[in-house]
Design a protein around this ligand. Structure first.
Ligand code: THU
Length: 160
């Protein structure tokens, strides 16, 4: 038996203004998208904006359903739109803003496990990393250079 350690590296910005202008712009698009989240059950609103390498920006937000599992997270709403409409265009960056509308969170909120798996699929497909930035409503912004940092021991097509 041997111990295996996996290292993940993240970058933490004190606030949005510390990030590059392009990211500030993308995050603002995510914040605007979050305003249209449909989350009457959880009251947890998430917005995301994806920058493609043709410079287009795709946005998404979470959409809930009275049948709870039928709802969809913001990240998957956006990335599946990108995958279905721009199948040959690489995804460069994904910006995510999340938080409950019941209080203001300054804690950066990473994508859920199911969304990590979905984003990873496109990273594997396009053979290049997707940068992930995530934040709460205010405060610090966390950056990962690749989705792989957020999902070690990835299940992907290589095992099928
Ligand atoms: N949600 C997202 O949109 N993205 C995530 O990564 C985590 C959770 C949504 C799903 C649901 O509408 C609400 O947030 C509470 O889980």
């Amino acid at each position: 038996m041997k111990e295996v350690n996996i290292k993940s590296t993240f970058f933490v910005f004190d606030d949005l203004t510390e990030t590059p202008l392009q990211i500030q712009n993308l995050m603002k698009k995510a914040m605007t998208a979050r305003e249209n989240a449909y989350a009457p059950y959880s009251k947890f609103h998430v917005g995301t904006a994806i920058l493609l390498d043709n410079n287009e920006i795709i946005t998404g937000n979470n959409q809930e359903n009275a049948s709870y599992p039928s709802g969809l997270c913001a990240e998957r709403a956006a990335i599946y739109y990108a995958g279905s409409n721009y199948p040959k265009t690489k995804i460069l960056v994904m910006a995510i803003v999340a938080g409950s509308i019941k209080n203001t969170t300054s804690k950066p909120i990473p994508p859920c496990g199911a969304c990590r798996q979905a984003i990873a699929e496109y990273e594997v497909k396009q053979e290049s990393p997707i940068e992930i930035y995530f934040k709460g409503e205010t405060g610090k912004v966390v950056k990962s250079n690749s989705l792989a940092n957020l999902l070690p021991l990835l299940f992907d097509k290589a095992v099928l």
